[in-house]
Write a protein that binds this ligand. Structure first.
Ligand code: BGC
Length: 652
């Protein structure tokens, strides 16, 4: 280590356990470099400590859109792109990504999070972290853990059984720690099973450090520490932001013998190691223009085509763009908000440019009657809507669109014209009141400063849609396991256990509007020739052909699900364990391969306190979505008998 802990006095070390202002790590009277951090997952939220002003940065697509690309390379590119802004603005650590599971579509921060599925969340977030860190910028994997609602996020204890914690809520953290080694992890605000995560030694030390192997710095969420010495003893290294009482409290705890200098030093060593990491060489790889182009490339693949009754891509005829002058929201609100100085070209203009033979008009006045009059002469109407506002600290109260927007959709639909609805939102939307009455639906998530360009590319067919949903769109919020219930402000019981997202809808046979993994394309794909090659008892190579039977080039996301046919514990009907996104040219066939390993078959056995593969048959399903399974195969795992628990083999 470059910095020697012996050069620091006890007072300096105690002071160092606490931030400086909102965004800095203490420089120990100039003995070490001052480290600067900034939010977040959707681009850099540049906030000045002193002036509190926010500066502009590249507003990349929000995580919801990145997740809907199902593209590991694009998640990496997203991270790399944000890191360029960090280098330019002297930010050492990016406070992202957030991998909390989308347990309920109402969670106000879902736009920042990746998925309802732990495998997808872990895979994409790991690439995001690799992308950021490849540029010499650190990340903070957050919020560890079980912070799945905003309401009462600071106080309500998440009561989650241990198996569910490992399999669902902590799994993406485990994956990212193992595949990307984030420089820091941020604890959540909430207690888990009655102990604040900031001082939850079992979770921070026992699981994150000892089981997952995390050797970096653990910081608190902003204001999540309730006792600085209990936090340090639980191996939380850094309390953020500055808290004026903590230095006195820590000193007192030390004097009373409640915490030792060795325990303080353990935190300081992690802080010093982090500071040293930030002193690496950094070079700007993408200029501002390229950063913007990267944002468009990501958004192009993150827009999901939900319905298409032969209306898209737009061709010629009379096309009415409703409210194209209204800028699409860049993203959700709160710490992940990003300001940009990029000026987007008007959407109607972009569509006009792309379709010179069409008659493209636009309507921008807030009059339903006026819009209907304009619609009279149109063949096709493109109407952009925004889901109810999403932001940190509040949850949504409905999945429905604001009433006036639903009314306008229904009124437009009555004109018997082709209506295409374009939705902006951070999570699932209830489209059930109007989906069957319109001809096309696109879900954009939030595309940041790339919104208009990416949408125009999809609408006009320059880009073939290839996004798929990283979360289920239920028919209504009433159908979700935790949509209508709330904690009692003290505790929230995760009573659905491991049956979260599609695992729940599958298990209880509840129809959904659009399943997990669903998304249409302008191309058409067929799956065939499944082959499952055994490499070892728990390693398999799953291969299959995908043929593009259309005349449009397109990318297809194929998904590999696994089902334990008989198990000693309850297991989901299927779980995502692999996926691939491949460009398949018109008329071509591509052989796709996905590897499965022991993690693909294991569940967390709380009696053994470890991941465990139980012998027996497993179904391997290859699908275009979680409910559109195209190919099914079976394997049989037969590990040595001594590794297995006894099962019911008696002949009654
Ligand atoms: C949020 C974190 C964020 C931090 C700093 C907290 O309120 O929960 O995600 O990184 O503020 O802005």
């Amino acid at each position: 280590m470059k910095y020697d802990i012996k050069n620091l006095t006890l007072q300096e070390k105690i002071r160092m356990l606490n931030g400086v202002g909102a965004w800095r790590i203490y420089n120990a009277n100039g003995k070490v470099k001052e480290v600067f951090m900034s939010d977040g997952p959707n681009g850099v939220h540049r906030r000045d400590d002193i002036t509190k002003a926010s500066g502009p940065a590249t507003a990349v697509p929000n995580m919801v859109t990145v997740a809907n690309t199902w593209n590991r390379e694009l998640a990496y590119l997203d991270g790399e792109t944000i890191a360029q802004d960090c280098i330019e603005y002297n930010i050492d650590i990016l406070l992202a990504p957030g991998v909390n599971i989308k347990r309920t579509p109402l969670c106000g921060r879902n736009f920042e999070y990746v998925s309802e599925d732990p495998y997808l969340a872990g895979e994409l977030a790991a690439q995001f972290v690799n992308g950021v860190q490849s540029q010499g910028i650190g990340t903070s994997l957050k919020h560890f853990c079980a912070n799945n609602r905003e309401e009462q996020r600071c106080f309500q204890s998440s009561e989650v059984d241990e198996r569910t914690l490992y399999e669902i809520y902590m799994k993406p953290f485990e994956t990212v720690v193992k595949k990307a080694n984030p420089w820091t992890v941020m604890c959540s605000y909430n207690p888990v099973n009655g102990v604040y995560t900031s001082e939850n030694k079992k979770l921070l030390k026992g699981v994150l450090r000892d089981k997952f192997g995390f050797d970096g710095l653990i910081m608190s969420d902003w204001g999540a520490v309730h006792s600085c010495y209990k936090a340090a003893k639980a191996t939380l290294d850094l309390e953020m932001p500055y808290n004026k009482t903590s230095v006195a409290e820590m000193t007192e705890a030390y004097e009373k013998g409640l915490i030792s200098e060795e325990e303080i030093d353990a935190c300081i060593i992690n802080i010093l190691k982090l500071i040293e990491k930030t002193e690496c060489d950094k070079k700007v790889k993408y200029d501002k223009k390229t950063r913007h182009e990267n944002a468009v490339e990501i958004a192009n693949e993150g827009i999901v085509l939900l319905k298409n009754d032969n209306v898209l891509p737009l061709k010629d005829g009379n096309i009415l763009m409703a409210y194209p002058d209204e800028p699409a929201p860049l993203g959700g609100g709160g710490s992940a908000e990003v300001k940009t100085d990029f000026v987007q070209t008007n959407l109607a203009q972009l569509v006009k440019d792309a379709l010179p033979n069409a008659n493209v008009t636009s309507y921008n006045r807030w009059s339903k009657r006026g819009l209907l009059v304009e619609a009279y002469d149109a063949d096709t109407i493109v109407y952009r809507v925004n889901a109810s506002a999403e932001a940190e600290n509040v949850d949504r109260t409905t999945l429905r669109l604001p009433y006036t927007q639903e009314e306008i959709i229904l009124a437009l639909a009555k004109t018997n014209k082709k209506v295409i609805v374009v939705i902006y939102g951070g999570s699932a939307v209830d489209v059930s009141p109007w989906a069957d009455k319109v001809s096309g639906i696109l879900f954009c998530g939030f595309c940041g400063e790339a919104s208009n360009e990416a949408l125009a590319d999809i609408l006009c067919g320059k880009v073939c849609p290839s996004g798929k949903l990283s979360e289920t769109f239920p028919v209504s919020v009433e159908d979700t396991p935790s949509g209508l219930t709330r904690g009692n402000t003290f505790t929230e019981w995760y009573k659905e256990g491991i049956f979260v997202g599609y695992r729940y809808f599958d298990e209880y046979n509840i129809p959904v509007m659009y399943p997990f993994g669903y998304g249409l394309s302008y191309a058409k794909f067929e799956y065939s020739n499944l082959e499952i090659e055994k490499i070892s008892e728990t390693d398999y190579k799953v291969s299959y052909d995908i043929t593009n039977v259309s005349n449009v080039d397109g990318k297809e996301i194929s998904q590999v699900y696994v089902k334990d046919v008989f198990a000693m514990v309850s297991r989901p009907q299927k779980e995502l364990k692999g996926f691939s996104k491949d460009l398949i040219k018109a008329g071509e066939t591509k052989r796709v391969s996905v590897m499965l390993n022991s993690e693909s078959f294991a569940y967390y056995n709380v009696s053994y306190d470890k991941w465990f593969v139980e012998n027996g048959a497993f179904e391997i399903m290859v699908g275009a979505s979680s409910q559109d399974i195209k190919l099914v195969g079976k394997i049989n795992i037969n590990l040595p008998e001594e590794t297995q628990q006894s099962t019911d083999t008696r002949d009654w």
